[in-house]
Design a binder for this molecule. Sequence first.
Ligand SMILES: Nc1ncnc2c1ncn2[C@@H]1O[C@H](COP(=O)(O)OP(=O)(O)OP(=O)(O)O)[C@@H](O)[C@H]1O
Ligand SMILES: Nc1ncnc2c1ncn2[C@@H]1O[C@H](COP(=O)(O)OP(=O)(O)OP(=O)(O)O)[C@@H](O)[C@H]1O
Ligand SMILES: [Mg+2]
Ligand SMILES: [Mg+2]
Lengths: 265, 265
Amino acid sequence: MHTIAVINQKGGVGKTTTTVNLAVALARAGQRVGVIDLDPQSHASLHLGADVQRAAPTTYELLTSDVSLSEVWRDTEEGVRLAPANLDLAAAEVELAGVVGRELILRDKLQADAESFDFVLVDCPPSLGVLTINALSAVRDVMLPLQPHFLALHGLSKLMKTVGIVQSRLNNQLRLAGVVLCMYESSAKLSAEISADVAEYIAKLREQGGIGRTAQLFEQRIRRNIRLAEAPSFGQSIFRYDGRCNGAEDYRRLADEVLAVYGAG
Amino acid sequence: MHTIAVINQKGGVGKTTTTVNLAVALARAGQRVGVIDLDPQSHASLHLGADVQRAAPTTYELLTSDVSLSEVWRDTEEGVRLAPANLDLAAAEVELAGVVGRELILRDKLQADAESFDFVLVDCPPSLGVLTINALSAVRDVMLPLQPHFLALHGLSKLMKTVGIVQSRLNNQLRLAGVVLCMYESSAKLSAEISADVAEYIAKLREQGGIGRTAQLFEQRIRRNIRLAEAPSFGQSIFRYDGRCNGAEDYRRLADEVLAVYGAG
Ligand SMILES: Nc1ncnc2c1ncn2[C@@H]1O[C@H](COP(=O)(O)OP(=O)(O)OP(=O)(O)O)[C@@H](O)[C@H]1O
Ligand SMILES: Nc1ncnc2c1ncn2[C@@H]1O[C@H](COP(=O)(O)OP(=O)(O)OP(=O)(O)O)[C@@H](O)[C@H]1O
Ligand SMILES: [Mg+2]
Ligand SMILES: [Mg+2]
């Protein structure tokens, strides 16, 4: 089972859009896929058509009570299973402060889960708090969506530091699997410039060894495409909403590249 | 003195870009302006050319020690004063948990500050944690940048609930001053659709009275303009970077509208 945390403390860079559409693309390629929503805003859950007002257990109960992951998994109409979030999760940060082992709750419950998946993707909020640390402690790989804007580089080294700390103290198997450029504007030279900077940064990471040695910049970039922003309002992945647009094309190819990297499928 | 918290728990919607460029536009219109950076990512500080590695006191020390605001204010080359943030601020959320009156620290220090400004703008992180609550407790007005995408509406009611709670328990004078549409794509019908939904939502808010009764949708929209994304890499506001592009035009007009609303200038 390949477990991937989709992370970036910078807001609005495409974490949720990537988690959802990559998960669905992998499912359409025959993989058994689960999505865990760890963002109190529950956008991944909404995007997958979940009813977040329903009283059924969510990732909030998963982290703050003894509910098991199997009680949280739900079906979706997209061929992936979903462990949905809801707004209560915002309270988890405070509620868990001071609870011993609070960073390892997701890991324990994921390991105890009997359900078998080929891929589990975890959508994280734009912060490096207890929710994101739970994701980092529970998975093997980190996937980093990055918008090719200037500030993307600034946050990268802080993020790598955090990933490094989790790897040394809480989760030895953690590694940076890949960076995927999102909201790429082919017409903007800023995109090209930042992409070159990112490629350079990743090359350095690989040389330094440690957690960055497996780092790679995915060849497939996700281009800006308004269809990707429209799809969530219908509770649909891009494949159901408009399977032929550039957005669908790009995520389909990203899934192929992910499968090649894992030697899976 | 008009105090404005720039807020939205959704990531990457233009909070920092708006805080910085609106502040500078107001200063260029003759106002005395201060910017307080409450985001651990310190993007507003970087955008204003501050050296965030410097050991001088930042908003982290402001919130966690007895340093005064006057020890934190710095000059910038943009004609605004800056109380910069740095990455240490990420620890504040945890450090302040359990501290009595932790939501009111900024308010107390702002009230104690002798420096006189016409406008103070506070840039907030994409969350509704203790940093954002400090901003909400310290200011009179809330400004909400909104990207006209579907999920913008979903977060709006949760945000208004939080603003309402702060207003009733911690800060009676708090009110929603305005929503400004950012990253507006005139060619996309999604922008037009969501804008119409936002206008409708604001009309309802005004009718309900209470904190929403002063709510307004600013007429000036900030259009997508790559120059706005390029400017931060030079540590410059849009006015120094490219004073004639659409981005500069839009923020200049937004400043005029803000001044008209406040009957100032
Ligand atoms: N390639 C794209 N082209 C156009 N719009 C996009 C693209 N990717 C994402 N979007 C839209 O941009 C907004 C931000 O994307 P998204 O919510 O996936 O980012 P995020 O990193 O998960 O944000 P947050 O930090 O708030 O969790 C959303 O409205 C989304 O629909
Ligand atoms: N109108 C615009 N046109 C093009 N790019 C923009 C525009 N406004 C902001 N940007 C860019 O989009 C990205 C996100 O904007 P910004 O950082 O201001 O959002 P934010 O809400 O402060 O994000 P966060 O939630 O991470 O604090 C930045 O790289 C910024 O330079
Ligand atoms: Mg998200
Ligand atoms: Mg910001």
